[in-house]
Design a protein around this ligand. Structure first.
Ligand code: G6P
Length: 607
């Protein structure tokens, strides 16, 4: 969703800011804008792609070495030029960009209007520019701190004032801001992807902190004016991850990175001699984990499907009772929270607003709250009691792929850790670990089928609808496969538990409504085959994903994709890969913008 980039240095700010905005495009947005300090200050905003803003900026070629820029994903007010950020105060001196939502903006606006301020936009954000204007007495940072004391809601902001030509002030509460420091230059952004081309030295701002950026230096204070000492940390592998490395799309690159994603998720976390996982991030809560009886998993989107997989996984490997709930529905449930309840929040970005709200609710109810997060230092990572990072690396494609595979891998390690401390025998644990370590090479085998899957996609990509079916471990994968097709190829696809098919979807089946059936040779194989037969009896076309060497299915289905054999519990790590490739190739063949699908955002920071 919305993105921020700010620069204070010696290079033309327009180049750094436009490049930063392009790197934030993957998050999803509908308008953008830029302001650069100069006399007079420069302001440009545009609806649509950053390319339209860029065209204007190149034409007007503004000078200046200090500036802020923004990509906006409309919440309050339509995506118009006037509602795009930066917003400006009445004096035309203060420029501000904002991510998040100002919850009390109506009350603040009323007060500001009464004292004579004039508003130009329909946004909640604009109140911040006017609030800072009224608090300004010659020191921008002090004015920002004072103004923010009146604000309810969430914000990541960057502000500058025409009288402070070498300064940008940033602040955060609930919406990330990361600072980047280089020689003679300072940057800030809502996401490291906009900084990592310029520096590998970063500082994560915490909630209720304000930072003053000047060329090559920064200082941090709390909102109540206490100095904070925080050294920069090294950002690992940043710039490389931002490069498509010869792949036509980030999504394809990320699908191809999945073997390494599994390897990274396993690195240093496998203890063969004891058949158990070693998860340093959970050591501090080991005792509470040992006493746990109930597990509630909360997440959204693809991470929710990882949570659904984990339900079967934890039920198989541990004696915990498990519930998986959509984070956005969590607050409407009256779940039982006995003292030995653990809540696990799963999130790639670590910023999903619904997941954050749900975990706060769980904390309020006294649960031990754990996180499984990819983005280091993100809000969910910080607000949970303990957790594990997936170390999948930066994921740019809006449709999540390698993070999902990482999540499945780490959830298996977590279930193993809990299971082995209870009833799961050593031999079981050790076998599972050996099978997990074989997964990266098995994924490589699946990836070799990409060209064949493209041929399949060419035959099926004109379908208007698709059904995905699977049972048990394959049910979440059916949901995830259908989500991928919807997200990037804009094909209506339904994921269904195969057993539910005859309670509704079978009414839709005809020769133009194909089905993707997940049918590895596992305990529910025969039942899935019966479901396939029911579809074939109604002239429905079927593509089946099955186990390598299964020659019994070929005669029954139209097309077959084979994946290597592994333990049943791990099969999802292999069956999901052809579904990602299928969706990807369908999207490319249909001319869709794979990495930036319409209306979607990588990080959903509104509830
Ligand atoms: C958005 C993204 C999805 C992602 C979901 C949850 O919808 O487009 O790819 O699965 O948010 O995000 P999270 O970062 O919490 O995993």
């Amino acid at each position: 969703m919305c993105g921020i980039v700010a620069y204070v240095g010696h290079q033309p700010a327009r180049d750094i800011l436009i490049d930063g905005l392009k790197r934030l495009e993957y998050r999803g947005y509908d308008s953008s804008g830029i302001a650069i300090l100069n006399s007079p200050p420069y302001l440009a905003r545009a609806v649509g792609k950053v390319a339209s803003l860029e065209e204007r900026v190149w034409k007007e070629s503004p000078e200046g070495v200090v500036g802020i820029a923004h990509t906006r994903w409309a919440t309050h007010g339509k995506p118009t030029e006037c509602n795009a950020h930066p917003h400006v105060d009445c004096t035309g001196q203060i420029f501000l960009v904002h991510n998040g939502i100002i919850e009390n903006y109506q009350a603040l606006k009323k007060r500001l209007l009464a004292s004579g301020h004039a508003f130009r936009s329909e946004t909640d954000t604009e109140v911040l520019a006017h609030l800072i204007e009224s608090a300004y007495q010659g020191d921008l940072e002090a004015a920002v701190r004072r103004a923010l004391l009146d604000v309810q809601g969430t914000y990541g902001i960057a502000v500058m004032h025409a009288s402070h030509q070498h300064q940008v002030v940033v602040a955060r509460r609930g919406s990330p801001i990361v600072l980047g420091v280089a020689k003679g230059e300072s940057l800030a952004a809502s996401d490291v992807s906009a900084l990592c081309q310029h520096t590998d030295q970063v500082v994560y701002l915490e909630d209720n902190e304000v930072a003053r950026l000047e060329p090559g230096q920064f200082s941090i204070k709390t909102l109540d004016n206490k100095a904070v000492n925080r050294a920069a940390t090294l950002l690992e592998g940043g710039a490389e991850a931002m490069d498509r490395a010869g792949f036509p799309h980030f999504m394809l690159k990320e699908i191809w990175e999945q073997p390494e994603a599994v390897e990274n998720a396993l690195r240093g976390r496998v203890n063969h001699s004891e058949g158990v996982a070693k998860l340093g991030g959970l050591e501090s809560v080991q005792d509470r984990l040992q006493q746990a009886r109930h597990l509630i998993i909360i997440s959204c989107g693809t991470s929710y499907y990882a949570g659904l997989y984990a339900r079967y996984l934890f039920e198989t490997l541990t004696d915990l009772t498990v519930e998986t709930e959509l984070a956005s529905e969590f607050r409407y449930r009256k779940l039982n929270f006995p003292p030995n309840t653990v809540v696990l929040a799963i999130s790639q970005s670590g910023e999903t607003a619904d997941t954050l709200a749900a975990l706060r609710e769980a904390k309020r109810k006294g649960a031990l709250v754990l996180g499984l997060v990819n983005v280091v230092g993100s809000s969910i990572a910080r607000e949970t009691h303990a957790g594990v990072y997936s170390h999948a690396g930066i994921e740019i494609g809006v449709a999540s792929t390698k993070s999902f595979i990482s999540q499945l891998t780490i959830l298996t390690l977590m279930a193993l850790l809990v299971g082995r401390s209870r009833t799961l025998p050593y031999e079981e644990g050790a076998c599972l670990l050996r099978a997990l370590e074989a997964i990266p090479d098995q994924i490589r085998e699946v990836l070799k089928q990409s060209d064949r899957i493209r041929e399949l996609a060419a035959r099926y990509c004109h379908a208007d609808h698709f059904l995905y079916i699977g049972r048990k471990y394959q049910y979440p994968i059916a949901l995830e496969g259908a989500l991928k097709l919807k997200e990037i190829a804009y094909i209506h696809a339904e994921g269904y538990a195969a057993g539910e098919m005859k309670h509704g979807p079978i009414a839709l089946i005809d020769p133009s409504f194909p089905t993707m059936a997940l049918a590895p040779e596992d305990a529910s194989y025969d039942k899935v085959v019966s479901n396939i037969q029911e579809i074939r009896a109604r002239d429905g076309k079927v593509i089946a994903v099955t186990s390598l060497g299964n020659n019994k299915l070929g005669a029954l289905v139209d097309d077959l994709i084979e994946v290597p054999r592994t333990r049943e519990i791990l099969t999802p790590l292999l069956t999901v890969v052809p579904l990602q490739l299928f969706a990807y190739h369908c999207a490319v063949l249909r001319g869709c913008d794979v990495d930036k699908p319409r209306n979607l955002a990588k990080s959903v920071t509104v509830e």
